[in-house]
Write a protein that binds this ligand. Structure first.
Ligand SMILES: Cc1cc2nc3c(=O)[nH]c(=O)nc-3n(C[C@H](O)[C@H](O)[C@H](O)COP(=O)(O)O)c2cc1C
Length: 181
């Protein structure tokens, strides 16, 4: 499988990035998958301009905004399994990941997205039963239903006082996800 990982936390000691990296280490250890990784928080990715260029002859079926998202879109098209990691920000995903997701608007649902799996790794300061994660879960379930993707989620409570790096249960969950591919 082609496995893509998109990290979206702006922080160096990020909980969400750490957990997705644990997953990707396990994926790579299997030695059977092709992997691609982008730290989208460090890339130049503008928000969708809603120009509809992608849906008219000007864009020729692609996004007309020529920034780093072009590389991500190419990788999304190739991917079978797409991991995304994000901190929970104000009951939602990070602005960095939202910008990436909005740009999926330029993709063709049937040819570029349908049949893939999107697996979100989300960390927040709140406990795992907090409504914030539930709102994100519901939003992604709706989006994935619309674009024909399977959706999975790993929710982990963590912040600087309770870092994922010391959360043995979360690390084991991450490794198990990577090994299961
Ligand atoms: C702007 C901002 C908004 C946040 N909003 C929430 C929130 O709504 N709910 C929550 O549980 N934690 C919230 N947090 C805490 C982060 O989600 C938490 O520290 C998370 O583990 C950070 O992930 P990271 O280490 O991958 O960046 C917020 C943090 C910031 C900086």
């Amino acid at each position: 499988m082609n496995v893509l990982a998109l990290y979206s936390s702006p922080r160096r000691n990020s909980n969400s990035t750490f957990l997705l990296k644990e997953i990707m280490s396990a994926v790579k250890e299997k030695g059977v998958h092709t992997t691609t990784e982008f730290d989208v928080a460090k890339m130049n990715i503008k928000g969708c301009q809603a120009c509809e260029g992608c849906h008219n002859p000007k864009g020729n079926g692609g996004c007309v905004v020529k920034d780093d998202m072009q590389q991500v879109l190419a990788a999304v098209k190739q991917a079978d399994y797409i991991f995304m990691s994000t901190p929970l920000y104000w009951w939602n995903i990070s602005a960095q990941l939202k910008a990436v997701f909005d740009r999926f608007y330029s993709l063709n649902k049937k040819n570029d997205l349908q049949g893939k799996t999107i697996h979100l790794v989300i960390t927040g300061a709140s406990e795992e039963d907090d409504i914030g994660y539930e709102l994100v879960n519901k939003t992604f379930m709706e989006i994935c239903d619309y674009i024909g993707c399977e959706f999975k989620i790993l929710i982990v409570s963590g912040d600087d006082s309770n870092p994922a790096q010391k959360n043995e249960k979360a690390i084991a969950q991450a490794k198990a996800i990577g090994e299961s591919l």
